[in-house]
Ligand binder design. Structure first.
Ligand code: AGP
Length: 603
């Protein structure tokens, strides 16, 4: 949550910072601000609201001239989202401005200490202790003052510092929050992630926990916690500028839904060779494990639930899926023979990181399925499988989720093969390679979605039902609907309806029934009949050829014929589009839903 950006060079800083913040806005969007250094002083503009409001305010103040600066877009933790609590925050003497992503857990105690020394705080934020500490420790050497400051902080931070005294020099520090340095020609940057920088540079340095950096237009020096210079590797990023732009679509979410065939192709193709699933990058012997635990948050957890069904089915190994926020405080029965699979698009989700650390301490091996290269989860894991989905900007994940499922499909097949349980691998890889085409068909065969959205958008609630993998997809369908359209949506295992939820079914209550698994179709059909006889309006998601369901449902969404083992990745696509169009009907801010942020780096 929160995005930070910094620039130092020879051109004006404000336009670069504002453009960077626009690209980071998915990380938080309740207030924003920039600070620019000029003629030995720091100018600052901040506002509640989105980055567009900041752009207007900066323009009104004359554009804020200066060639170095820092910026921030906020997802409030400590203090309401108003102008005062917006970042940057300034030290009492006006010598330093700081932007911060993360949470300072011991801020109350530090604030008390500083107040006792006479510091008058301006905001309610935890961040302000960082800049006030820096101001109080500064005796002419910023690097030393910053090292001393960060040594006092508990919690997580990616921090950017601008000083009035040293023109053109930025400082940055990192602990458990993402931070990269961008390398330009005669200009350098820092940012929470590459999307803010990709139009300027694709060459980056990943900062590690405990490091600080001194950044000038021509030099980048990274130091460890003791102030010793550290040699850092440069990394070239392959994401292109276009992939972080809307490219004519009204919303990033729609663009990312439409990108799914290409994204899945990029995930699957390099891993299939000569009719075999190859995970050359894996480096784990699957015979070393006799149980699998999948952990993640939100949609990534839902992908994990799909993976659990498949691993059980193909590999005949005990497999569980548990949300990371529960696992981190639970007592999982795991050990050296447990393979823990963590799933995360961003690779920065705080609960997932905590859960994976707990599992490693218990002796388990952690395999991460991650989209963002160089992310914290990718670095901490014993092995990594990247999803190669490209940048995902919309807060509601779409291609991030489907590519996670694609990796889990291939992983299940790979494990089954290593356990000697996989039959007809060539047919299976044909099915996997056809998935991108099937997704395109699922997009093309449902032109009625905007009309269905008009019919259902004003409903009081929506219930999604299904069994087995249909149920796993129902969980994700309901989450997609609620997070972007604010329509109350819940998913139920269809067989559970009669154990309580059916009491909520009344005349015209919409029920979205997922019926894509022939072996249990009859059972879901019975549930459809049960809710219909109590007045429900049923929108069924199924195959066109499924006459029984087609004849009983009020409305229909279709997927093309596909092996039910692998249908989940197709089923979700019409549901993503339905959520998108319902949100449009409801006039919602689709790419930046209220109260949410893309990367949940706080607990
Ligand atoms: C889904 O649309 C969400 N925005 C959210 O549930 C997300 O999947 C979750 O926060 C996990 O994020 P991650 O994949 O980056 O770890």
């Amino acid at each position: 949550m929160c995005g930070i950006v910094g620039f130092t060079g020879r051109s004006q800083a404000a336009p670069v910072l504002l453009d960077g913040l626009k690209h980071l806005e998915y990380r938080g969007y309740d207030s924003a601000g920039i600070a620019v250094q000029k003629d030995g002083a720091i100018a600052m503009t901040k506002t509640s609201g989105k980055v567009d409001a900041l752009i207007d305010k900066v323009r009104a103040t004359g554009g804020m001239p200066g060639v170095s600066g820092i910026g921030h877009t906020r997802w409030a933790t400590h203090g309401v989202p108003n102008d005062v609590n917006a970042h940057p925050h300034m030290s009492q003497d006006g010598r330093f401005a700081v932007v911060h992503n993360g949470i300072i857990e011991n801020f109350a105690e530090l604030r008390k200490e500083l107040e006792a020394e006479g510091v008058a705080f301006q905001s309610e934020t935890d961040t302000e202790v960082i800049v006030q500490l820096l101001g109080s420790y500064y005796e002419g050497d910023i690097k030393q003052a910053l090292l001393r400051t960060v040594s006092r902080l508990e919690g997580s931070y990616a921090v950017g510092v601008l000083s009035a005294d040293v023109p053109g020099t930025l400082y940055a520090a990192r602990a458990a929050s993402p931070l990269i340095i961008g390398i330009g020609a005669g200009e350098n940057f820092f940012a929470s992630d590459i999307t803010a920088l990709v139009s300027h540079t694709k060459n980056v340095i990943d900062m590690d926990d405990g490091e600080i950096a001194e950044i000038t237009p021509d030099r980048i020096t990274v130091f460890d916690h003791a102030g010793r210079a550290v040699k850092k590797e440069e990394r070239h990023v392959t994401w292109d500028v276009a992939s972080a732009e809307k490219n004519g679509y009204d919303h990033f979410m729609l663009k990312e839904i439409m990108e799914q065939p290409a994204a899945l192709k990029a995930t699957i193709e390099p891993r299939i060779k000569g009719g075999c699933v190859c995970f050359e990058e894996l480096g784990l012997d699957m015979k070393n494990y006799d149980s699998i635990l999948i952990t993640a948050c939100g949609s990534a957890y839902h992908a994990g639930v799909v993976g659990r069904y498949l691993i059980r089915k193909l590999c005949r190994i005990p497999a569980e899926a548990e949300v990371a926020s529960e696992l981190r405080y639970g007592d999982p029965v795991i050990g050296e023979r447990t393979l823990v699979i963590v799933v995360s698009q961003s690779g920065e989700t705080a609960d997932t990181i905590a859960a994976m650390k707990k599992c490693r301490e218990a002796g388990a091996t952690v395999l991460a399925i991650v989209n963002v290269v160089g992310s914290t989860i990718a670095k901490l894991a014993d092995a990594v499988l990247y999803t190669w989905a490209g940048p995902e900007i919309a807060v509601a994940t779409t291609k991030g989720y489907t590519t996670q499922i694609a990796v889990l499909y291939m992983l299940a097949a790979y494990i089954a093969k290593h356990l000697g349980l996989l039959q007809n691998e060539a047919a299976l890889t044909d099915t996997l390679q056809a998935l991108p085409r099937r997704i395109q068909q699922a997009i093309d065969m449902n032109p009625s979605i905007p009309a269905l959205a008009r019919k259902y958008h004003a409903s009081k609630a929506l219930f999604f039902i299904g069994r087995n993998t249909d149920y796993a997809v129902a969980l994700e369908g309901a989450l997609k609907m609620k997070e972007i359209s604010y329509l109350h949506s819940e998913a139920y295992a269809a067989g559970e309806l009669k154990h309580g939820t059916i009491a909520l079914i009344e005349e015209h209550q919409p029920v979205i029934a997922l019926c894509c698994n022939a072996s249990i179709m009859e059972k879901t059909l019975s549930n459809i009949v049960e809710v219909k006889s109590r007045g429900a309006e049923v929108l069924a998601l199924t195959f066109r050829s499924n006459r029984q369901i087609v004849s009983v449902a009020d409305d229909l969404l279709f997927i093309p014929p596909v092996d039910p083992l692998f249908s989940a990745v197709i089923e979700i696509v019409p549901l993503q589009l339905l959520a998108y169009h319902v949100a449009r009907e409801n006039g919602c801010d689709i790419d930046k839903p209220k109260n949410l942020a893309k990367s949940v780096t706080v607990e």
